[in-house]
Structure formats: structure tokens, C-alpha cells
Ligand binder design. Structure first.
Ligand code: B3K
Ligand code: ZN
Length: 878
């Protein structure tokens, strides 16, 4: 155990900052053995806060070289330094503080603050990385304009970047040079960024709606110069979309994007200088799959959208993280829906919510969208804060309607521009702009847990009425045993026996009733009576997943098949197929069915053969529920039995539908040259699904097709699709040959190596524990690179579930061992990798006890990082 246990920080303890900053000017002198940072801050006592005699600045792992107050050196008795702060005693009301620190970016393996990645310097300051650069009031409600001078060797670091506009550059002695940047917009220090390296610049431009020209610049290592076009195009689409949909224009004259290989997350929205994980920004058809193209477009948009939702209006404190993240995820989801298929995007997002977020809500780390305490804020960049937060914003959009929502967002941005605010301020702006009370709705921010809707129906033939009774409840979560009812927008439709939408008449004389309605649930129980219903309808419930809740309704398989082929809501069509497949798989597991229900096979046959259906939707509908989702739906999950039952269904489907799969493959192959148009993407998705299924049953003809596709592919979707299908098959010699070829050809491209790792560690057939251990020793593996760690260890523990949950506990011990080894070097990644173990209570005792032991073995280590300690401690708490 560690000597001092990390303390929890509470929202209720929030106090306004005792000091504020008028302006900051930073000077970075970058060297090969370290960096000197001189920070000049103009500080003043905050008249609105409790008065403090001393100024206390945050700082970690800094070597203090000097402190000046109003230009005068301070004696050591005028200040105190410890491992987390600098206290300057008895300061005046207004003063200039100059602090010089020496830091070691070269030794920074946590990738927080200033660090080096492939020969370049770069920063990551959110949430609390700036305190690793200099002593500062490292909290988001302290905002200041920054000026940044960077000095470095001219040859090694010809490009020197920071936030804002470049104002000066010049040469210095000794082959060095400098550039000075000024960012006129006051910002919290978490949005500060610096980059220094030997990078190539790709430029573009964008004319804003008011006619200003913005210079767009993307900086990458020279070997990546052919991978910038997609990100720049995505950026321009996002800039236009934000003007059209939210009336938000970009504010600086330059917008920069930089790609770095070593990065803890996807990307970072630093003001005017977004920094990206290479894998989330570099793209080229030869090396990038369709999914990755889409992901890059949405991440580029997400970071860009933060310029308003996050930067111009920022968070008061880190409990408000969802203020910027939930809202920005909602914005990027709507953007992606507009750029492609809204139904496809919705299905992808809901899949993620129902698999990962519902699991988080049911586990020991469950927390409200606005948490009320944390030990380490890095642990709260979660699917709850991001994705459930976005669902909460989406519900406000549903309740207000698009125009009402826009009025609310306009008010929010104008009222709070330049401020650091709370989720409550966001809701208040929505209320004020629409004259609506969202008092009860606020519970979505305050209460954790996934509400459950239990629905019963009754049809009265004589009266021609159909009655729905809807009850809501929410299970307890850590620290919250009782939940008050939520305000839930519940969208539904009713289908007649021909599959047409019925008018939803809530009173007998309602004229022109709509065929889809949003009911508002606010009480523990509601009854809704629909009139003029000639025959028993089939209900289409929670259309487009109008709220992040579980729905319990006793669907029959006939009803689900009916919805699958008739529902006018594309999302619910897909959902009905998922529910049907879940029901079939579970019936095999509990023995209530002894064979795979033929009706499922027939339903899939119809999907495969009907070329008139939206092919993108078909390819999603063909995907069986994942093992992770089936585990989430179980009470005492047995991953081995889940795998076995799912495997039976997949085998049966692939065997019975062999001819249709081959026909589907052929129908969707050949023709036009590569394009990223939705139709072309859908064709590739469908043909690769067909291939995967056929290789699952070791079909020899499919093997030859896959080998051929691998050789002839003009793009990475097809090449990786063929590789994945072969790797997941029993054709061992072909698997080895292709894997060898892939690595030989692309071992110099980090994104390709990541794909190469994950295709192996995620495959139940290829990714045995022994094989995965072998990958950790491979020459292309790098413990300092989070992407490599994720692509081997993360993918194994999150996707290769039959292997990870080996009954002898070897998968768990393996994971614990890697986490323990990693924690001293990169605590954020170590804590994140622990995720799969934290949910041990969800599993059958055979698994749960060994998962628990693995967590205990981590806890027994002498000293854990705050990040890892919080996750493990909460998971083991009774
Ligand atoms: N705001 C960053 C995430 C920072 C995570 C820090 N541990 C990326 C994003 O959500 O846009
Ligand atoms: Zn974000």
C-alpha cells in the first residue's frame, strides 16, 4: 500500500480562486537535456473570493531556479516549495511574479505537461499537466491571455508553435532561433500548447461566413506528408457546419493541427493549435480503413467544435467536464450524421452507450454526468461524461425541438462568452431561451445509474384502445441508494398489421394525430391510452433511442421479426434484430432452445438477399450482438458460455446462408474506383462481413476469395478485411503468411503496425495468451507508445473476451502484471487498462473471484499512482 492515500476532492468544496491572472508571458528555452521555463504572471487578489494572505500555485516535478516579485528576487524565507505547490507569502493585492523552472521533457513518460515524442517537443496540459511546466493556478476558472516565446536549435526544431498568432521570429547565437506567439483570447492553462520539431507544413484556407480568411496549417513528420488531405477537408466541413448549424465562426486568423505519435488520448483542442494522436488524424486510402476515415472526420470536427464549446466558454471546475465534452460529442455526432447516414451514426453511438456506458453505470466507477467527487480527474474522461453527457444534451434537443435548442445555444454562447461556467448554466440558458422548466431534468446530471423502463400493454378490442403502462426505476450506484424519477423523453410509434405507422391519438377526438410522438415521463408510473386503434398494434418503443435507458417489454420473436422488416424508424429496425439475436443466443445458453431458431436464419436470409434495402443498414443488422454486450446484459456473466452460444449461432448462420453470403459478396464487389461515398463504404462493409462469416466456418472458396482480395486490394478496408477474416479462420498457414507479409510491407508505418497488432490480439483463434505475450516482445512493440499498448493489451482485454476470461485466470493475471509494470511510467494508461477488471462483480463466481484476486495483486504493490489507486480501491470497496 502507498504511504499516503490519495484524498477525494468534492464539488461542494468549490471556492472561487483567491487570485486571478491578468496576463502571462512564457519563455521556453528548449535543450537536449531539459528545458528552462520562465513565466511572468500579472496577478491580483480576486475581490469576489475569500481573502488569502499567501499566493499558492500548483506545481509538480519542477526544479525551481528562481522567484521574483515585482522584479525583485525573493529570499527563500518569503516562499515555500513542496512536491505539489509553491507558496509565496504575504503578497500585495496586485503584482508581477516571475518564476523560472527547469523541467525534463525527455524523461517525461507520463505524457502530461511538456514531453518529447519522436524527436519533437509537444505538450498535453488537460486536465492538470500545466503544473508540470511551471508553477501556476492550474484550474480552469483562471483565464488569461498568453504570450509564448520558444527558443530552440534551428536545425533540429525549425518549426516552433504555440497558441494564437505569430508576432515575432528571429535568430539567436549558437545556431538557435526563436518565435513568439500571442493568443489574445483569455484561456485557462489547460488549453496551452507548444510544439517544436522538424515538421512539414501543409496549408489550406477557409473563408468564414463574415468573409475573413483563415489560414489552415497541418504539421506532420515528413514521412506522413501524404496523409493530411482528409483531416484538412474534414476541418473545412466542420468549420462550415458550425457556422450553418450553430452560427459559430472561427475567431483567430490561424488554425493549426499537429500529429504526434505518442499521445495518451485521441486529440486535444488547445486554442488554435489542436494536437492529435497520429492514428486519429493521418489518413490515406492505402493505409486507412473506412471506419478510421469516419473516426478521423469526427475527431477533427470534435476538436474544432471545442473552440466554442470548451474554449470560448469553458468549465468552471473539472466536475463540469461534461459541459464541454457532452455538448461537443453531441455536436460532433450531429455533424457526422449530416455528413453520412444519421441512422448508421445513431446505431454506432447507441451500441457504444449500451455496451460501455451501461457497464460503467453498473460498476464500481459509476458516477453522474456531473460527478460530485474524484481522486484523480484523469479517471473521469469517461463514457459517462462524454457519451451519456451527449445523450443528456440530445434529450434537451428533443424536448426543445431544433429551433428551441438553437435559441438556447445562442443564449448560452452570448451570455457566457469568455467565462468559465457550469452544466447548470447551460441548462439555465436552455430554460431561459425557451421559457421551460428543466428542474427535474437536471437529475440526469446529478444521479448516476441507468434508468429501467418496464412496459406493459393492453389492447381493448371493443373500445379500440391500446394502453401502455410505463414504470421507471433506477438501480442504486455507489453513494446513491435512492433515485428520484427522471424526466425522460420517450419516442414511440405503433405499427398496424401491415407495418404502417398508426396515428397516435391520445384522446378519442384528436384530429391529425402524428404517427410518431415523444411522451414525457416524469412520474414513477404513467399510463397512456391511444384511441382509434382498429387491431392490436406492434409497439415501436424508444424510437431512435430517445433516452439512455433500458427498456423491458415482453417482445415475442414474431413481433421482433415484424419490426425488423417494417419499422419506419431505421434505428428500431436494427434494434429489433439485435433483440431477436440476443433472445436466440440466450435461449441456447439457458437451454430453453436446443437449436438455433430457424426464424433467425430466415430473417438474416431476407436481409442478405433484398438488394433494395439500405445496404449500410443491412451490414449493421448482420452484425450479431457482441460478446461484450451479451456480458453487459447478464447478471452473473459466464463469458465462456456466451462465447459458445454466440459461436453456435454464427456457425449456423454462416453454414445455412453460405450461398447467399457468396452472392452478397459478389454483388458488392467490383465496379467503380475507390471512393468514400456512403454507398461505396456500405458495399465494402457488406462484402467484408460476408467474407468474415464464411471464413468463420473455414470455407475454402471464401479462403481463396480472401487471399485474392488481400493481394488485389486498392484500399485498406479491403486489405484489412481480408486479413482479419483469414486471421479469424482456421487456415493457419495462410494466416501466418499474410501476417508476415503485412508486417514486412508496413513495419515502418506506426498506424499499420497498430492494426497488425490488434488484428492478432483481438482474434480468439490467433490471439492466445502466449501469442499476445509474444507480441509484447516483438521488435515493433514499444512500451512508451500508448497506441501500441492499447493495440495489444487493451484489445486483448476488451475484445478477445473468450481468451481474456480464461477459466484459469491467466488472462487476468497477465493484465494485472502489465498494469503494475506500466503504472510508474504512465499512470493514465495503466488506470485505463484496469477497466475490464473493475467489473468483476458482474461475473459468475468462477471468474469473479479471480478477477478480484488480480485487483488485489495490484493493490498489494508498494506504491500506486493516484490514477490507478482510485480505480482499484473503488473496485475493491464493499
Ligand atoms: N479534451 C481532450 C481530452 C483530454 C483528456 C485529458 N486526460 C480531448 C477531447 O475530448 O476533445
Ligand atoms: Zn472533447
Amino acid at each position: 500500500m502507498r504511504d499516503t492515500q490519495p484524498r477525494a476532492i468534492y464539488l461542494k468544496d468549490y471556492r472561487k480562486p483567491a487570485f486571478l491572472v491578468d496576463s502571462v508571458s512564457l519563455c521556453f528555452e528548449l535543450f537536449e537535456d531539459g528545458a528552462r521555463v520562465t513565466a511572468i504572471q500579472h496577478l491580483y487578489r480576486n475581490p469576489e473570493a475569500e481573502q488569502e494572505r499567501d499566493l499558492v500555485l500548483d506545481g509538480e516535478e519542477l526544479q525551481l531556479e528562481g522567484v521574483l516579485l515585482d522584479g525583485q528576487p525573493l529570499n527563500a524565507d518569503h516562499y515555500d516549495v513542496d512536491s505539489t505547490s509553491l507558496r509565496v507569502k504575504a503578497v500585495p493585492d496586485r503584482f508581477e511574479l516571475t518564476v523560472t523552472t527547469w523541467i525534463r521533457p525527455q524523461e517525461n513518460t507520463r505524457l502530461e505537461g511538456l514531453y518529447k515524442s519522436s524527436g519533437m517537443f509537444c505538450t498535453q496540459c488537460e486536465a492538470e499537466g500545466f503544473r508540470r511546466i511551471t508553477y501556476y493556478l492550474d484550474r480552469p476558472d483562471v483565464m488569461a491571455p498568453f504570450s509564448t516565446r520558444i527558443e530552440a536549435d534551428r536545425k533540429r526544431y525549425p518549426v516552433l508553435l504555440s497558441n494564437g498568432n505569430e508576432v515575432e521570429r528571429g535568430d539567436l547565437d549558437g545556431g538557435r532561433h526563436f518565435v513568439t506567439w500571442e493568443d489574445p483570447f483569455p484561456k485557462p492553462c489547460y488549453l496551452f500548447a507548444l510544439v517544436a520539431g522538424d515538421l512539414v507544413e501543409q496549408t489550406d484556407s477557409f473563408r468564414t461566413q463574415s468573409g475573413r480568411d483563415v489560414s489552415l496549417r497541418m504539421y506532420v513528420e515528413p514521412r506522413n506528408s501524404h496523409k493530411t488531405e482528409h483531416a484538412l477537408d474534414s476541418l473545412k466541413r466542420a468549420m462550415r457546419w458550425d457556422e450553418e448549424v450553430y452560427g459559430r465562426e472561427y475567431d483567430l486568423d490561424i488554425f493549426m493541427i499537429v500529429a504526434v505519435d505518442d499521445f495518451n488520448m485521441g486529440a486535444m483542442e488547445n486554442k488554435g493549435l489542436n494536437i492529435f494522436n497520429s492514428s486519429c488524424v493521418l489518413a490515406n486510402p492505402e493505409t486507412t480503413t473506412d471506419l478510421a476515415f469516419q473516426r478521423i472526420e469526427s475527431i477533427v470536427a470534435h476538436e474544432y467544435f471545442h473552440n466554442w464549446s470548451g474554449n470560448r466558454v469553458t468549465c468552471r471546475d473539472w466536475f463540469q467536464l461534461s459541459l464541454k465534452e457532452g455538448f461537443t460529442v453531441f455536436r460532433d455526432a450531429c455533424f457526422s450524421a449530416d455528413m453520412g447516414s444519421p441512422t448508421v451514426k445513431r446505431i454506432e453511438d447507441v451500441n457504444m452507450i449500451r455496451t460501455a456506458q451501461f457497464a460503467e453505470d453498473a460498476g464500481p466507477m459509476a458516477h453522474p454526468v456531473r460527478p460530485d467527487s474524484y481522486m484523480e480527474i484523469s479517471n473521469f474522461y469517461t463514457v459517462t461524461v462524454y457519451e451519456k453527457g451527449a445523450e443528456v444534451v440530445r434529450m434537451i434537443h428533443t424536448l426543445m425541438g431544433p429551433e428551441g435548442f438553437r435559441k438556447g445555444s445562442d443564449l448560452y454562447f452570448s451570455r457566457h462568452d469568455g467565462q468559465a461556467v457550469t452544466t447548470d448554466d447551460f441548462v439555465k440558458a436552455m430554460e431561459d431561451a425557451n421559457g421551460r422548466d428543466l428542474g427535474q431534468f437536471r437529475r440526469w446530471y446529478e444521479q448516476a445509474g441507468t434508468p429501467v423502463l418496464t412496459i406493459e400493454d393492453h389492447y381493448d378490442r371493443d373500445a379500440g384502445t391500446y394502453t401502455l403502462t410505463i414504470r421507471q426505476s433506477c438501480p442504486p450506484t455507489p453513494g446513491q441508494t435512492e433515485k428520484a424519477p427522471f424526466h425522460i423523453p420517450f419516442a414511440l410509434g405503433l405499427l398496424d398489421d401491415l407495418g404502417r405507422d398508426l396515428p397516435l391519438k391520445l384522446s378519442a377526438d384528436e384530429a391529425d394525430a402524428p404517427t410518431s410522438r415523444v411522451l414525457e415521463l416524469t412520474e414513477p408510473e404513467h399510463r397512456f391510452v391511444f384511441h382509434g386503434v382498429p387491431r392490436r398494434p406492434v409497439p415501436s418503443l424508444l424510437r431512435h433511442f430517445s433516452a439512455p435507458v433500458r427498456v423491458q417489454y415482453p417482445w415475442t420473436r414474431e413481433q421482433l421479426m415484424f419490426l425488423m422488416s417494417h419499422d419506419s424508424d431505421g434505428f428500431n429496425r436494427w434494434d429489433a434484430g439485435q433483440r431477436l439475436a440476443v433472445d436466440v443466443i440466450r435461449a441456447l445458453m439457458d437451454g430453453s432452445d436446443d437449436a438455433v431458431d430457424e426464424r433467425l436464419v430466415e430473417a438474416y436470409r431476407r436481409l442478405l438477399t433484398d438488394a433494395d434495402l439500405d445496404q449500410a443498414l443491412v451490414s449493421l443488422m448482420l452484425a450479431l450482438p457482441t460478446e461484450a454486450y451479451l456480458i453487459e446484459l447478464s447478471d452473473a456473466a459466464a463469458p465462456d458460455r456466451i462465447h459458445e452460444a454466440r459461436d453456435r449461432v454464427l456457425t449456423q448462420l454462416a453454414t445455412s446462408l453460405r450461398d447467399e453470403l457468396l452472392a452478397c459478396y459478389r454483388r458488392n464487389t467490383g465496379g467503380a474506383a475507390f471512393s468514400l461515398e456512403p454507398e461505396a463504404v456500405a458495399r465494402r462493409a457488406l462484402r467484408n462481413t460476408a467474407l468474415n462469416w464464411l471464413l468463420y466456418i473455414d470455407d475454402e472458396m471464401a479462403r481463396d476469395i480472401a487471399l485474392n482480395q488481400y493481394e488485389a486490394a486498392s484500399n485498406m478496408t479491403d486489405r484489412a478485411g481480408a486479413l482479419r477474416a483469414i486471421v479469424n479462420s482456421g487456415f493457419v498457414a495462410e494466416r501466418e503468411r499474410l501476417l508476415r507479409h503485412f508486417h514486412e510491407r508496413w513495419h515502418n508505418d506506426p498506424q499499420m503496425v497498430e492494426q497488425w497488432f490488434s488484428v492478432q490480439s483481438g482474434s480468439v483463434r490467433c490471439g492466445s495468451l502466449e501469442h499476445v505475450r509474444g507480441l509484447l516482445g516483438h521488435a515493433s512493440f514499444d512500451w512508451k507508445n500508448p497506441n501500441k499498448i492499447r493495440s495489444v493489451i487493451g484489445v486483448f482485454a476488451n475484445q478477445n473476451l473468450a481468451r481474456f476470461h480464461a477459466e484459469d485466470g491467466s488472462g487476468y493475471r497477465f493484465l494485472a502484471e502489465q498494469i503494475i509494470g506500466l503504472d510508474p511510467h504512465n499512470p493514465q494508461i495503466a488506470a485505463r487498462l484496469a477497466g475490464p477488471l473493475t467489473r468483476w462483480r458482474k461475473y459468475d463466481a468462477r471468474f469473479a473471484s479471480q478477477m478480484r484476486q488480480a485487483l488485489e495483486s495490484i493493490m498489494q504493490q508498494g506504491s500506486l499512482s493516484r490514477d490507478l489507486y482510485e480505480v482499484v480501491h473503488k473496485s475493491l470497496k464493499d
